[in-house]
Design a protein around this ligand. Structure first.
Ligand code: 4AD
Ligand code: MG
Length: 479
């Protein structure tokens, strides 16, 4: 008999129909005469109740069914007598596909800490929390492609191995086929990269932006959505060594168009989650309330669905860096030295504590900060006439801090080339990037959305390692 997915059974199963379901046991309970098994196949957060009449033929089989076992069940879909579900399966045939020894299987039907589950990353998909996150993650990936496709953007696969440092930040993972125990040396005693795979040093990309710019200067509207790698040694709840980034790049867009696109996209994605991930969001909302029930009222986060709707309702506040510094300098936590990093004045780089203060305490809504000092931003950003700021934009979100970083790009050949020299970015490895400013240059803008930061916001989870299946962070490469 052909298998029916549990989601379909629960949503549109016909009463009386003969069906086959397959899945994993969440719980088993019952009496001498009847057993109840909650079965889940991942198609939905909801389980289907399997009812088995116990008799001499099947009691031994039933005894060997425990949480985590996989089953194939045939039976009739009937109205459920019990509360909690509308339909259930009255079993006619029961088969164990794979047993799970209860003394060894770690995912028991009780609350496990997220830290514990991270150490069981191979099995945490079996939990409601992680399965919900995985389904929402899929929906967000789909919605991102839909958003851009509906607006005439083209998706670009930017390379994963590069010979350049897109952000000029130098926190890259090197890729090599050289034998590290026996490195070839030049006459001066340096490593001879001519003998390496590419004949020169290579790295994992930190951003697909530079390549996206090349494509945008022909196709007008493009975006990348790929893995990016950063070897920054920041062991925080918001940083990964391997994360996914969405980077649109649009010819003829200025910074205001860029802000509009970012705000439209974030609101579209949040609305998409509310419309398409209801069951999973409701589950995560309850989880969050439960987790925070012992916190003081002013330390609790906003209820998840309410928080998502709140972002949809309000236009993001657009503020200059200079004004943000004034606000922060005069803020209570700064004066009382409550910030870890005290804001002394203009030029300071903002930490996530400052970003969150602006969003959560001052403006009480998402904020887009623009016109940052050029010293704290990347070389490619468009220089303002004041000579000291660039057309950068960071989108700041409650709970997250920076969720998007972007800018209008410097399209003037001379200005870009001068800035690269000032910042000691070698022109010989970036000549191709500069050439786009030589032939038919146009104003253009783009940004990068950190996909896992979006996932943190949409799911209300507190640690970025819980919104990606196999997180990579310093000293963490088990799965
Ligand atoms: O601000 P970033 O470094 O900007 C860029 O890479 C630009 N090239 C983007 C562009 O203009 N096309 O990174 C963009 C976003 C950040 O706002 C943040 O959400 C996320 O990427 N991000 C990280 N997410 C997880 N772990 C890390 N280590 C991250 N670093 C940045
Ligand atoms: Mg940034």
């Amino acid at each position: 008999m052909k298998r029916t997915e549990i989601k379909n059974l629960l949503e549109q199963g016909e009463l009386g129909a003969q069906i086959n379901v397959k899945g994993w046991v969440r719980t088993k309970r019952g009496s001498k005469n009847v057993a109840f098994i909650a079965l889940n196949d991942g198609s939905t957060i909801n389980n289907i109740q399997i009812v088995v009449d116990v008799n001499d033929n099947n009691s031994a089989l039933l005894d060997s069914i425990h949480t985590g076992a996989s089953l194939s069940v045939e039976g009739n879909l009937v109205e459920s007598a019990g509360s909690g579900q509308a339909v259930e399966v009255q079993t006619t045939r029961l088969e164990i596909l794979g047993k799970a020894n209860p003394d060894e299987y770690p995912i028991q039907p009780k609350k496990h800490s997220l830290e514990f589950l991270r150490e069981k990353a191979h099995l945490r998909f079996r939990t409601n929390t992680f399965a919900a996150i995985t389904r929402i993650r899929h929906s967000m990936i789909f919605a991102i492609h839909k958003f851009f496709n509906d607006r005439g953007f083209y998706n670009i696969h930017s390379p994963i191995i590069t010979g350049s440092d897109a952000e000029g930040a130098g926190e890259m993972f090197q890729v090599t086929t050289l034998d590290l125990n026996n490195l070839p040396k030049t006459e001066e005693g340096k490593i001879d990269f001519k003998q390496d795979f590419f004949g020169k040093p290579a790295n994992l990309t930190v951003s697909g932006q530079l390549e996206a710019e090349l494509a945008a200067l022909a196709l007008s509207k493009v975006y990348t959505f790929g893995p990016t790698f950063r070897a920054e040694n920041s062991n925080t709840s918001r940083h990964l060594a391997e994360f996914w980034m969405i980077e649109p790049e649009v010819a003829f867009n200025d910074i205001n168009d860029n802000m509009d696109l970012a705000e439209d996209m974030l609101k579209y994605l949040i609305q998409y989650a509310l419309d398409n991930c209801t069951d999973d969001l409701l589950f995560l909302s309850k989880r969050l309330l439960e987790e925070e029930k012992n916190k003081k009222a002013d330390e609790r986060s906003m209820e998840l669905i309410e928080k998502l709707e709140f972002v949809l309702k309000n236009p993001f506040e657009r503020v200059s860096y200079t004004r943000a510094i004034e606000i922060l300098k005069n803020s209570k936590p700064n004066k009382k030295k409550k910030f870890d990093y005290i804001i002394e004045g203009w030029g300071a780089d903002l930490q996530s504590e400052h970003e969150r203060f602006l969003v959560e305490k001052h403006f009480k809504k998402p904020v887009i900060l623009i016109d940052y000092p050029k010293e704290i931003k990347a070389f490619y950003m468009k220089q303002n006439d004041d000579g000291r700021t660039v057309r950068a934009m960071d989108v700041l979100f409650p709970q997250i801090g920076e969720i998007i970083g972007g800018s209008q790009r410097e399209e003037d050949y001379e200005k870009l080339s001068r800035r690269m020299q000032e910042m000691e970015i070698p022109e010989e490895s970036m000549w191709w990037f500069l050439e786009t400013r030589k032939f038919g240059t146009v104003p253009h803008s783009g940004y990068g959305l950190g996909f896992e930061r979006l996932m943190l916001f949409v799911t209300g989870m507190g640690n970025i390692r819980d919104v990606i299946a196999f997180p990579r962070s310093p000293l963490n490469l088990e799965f």
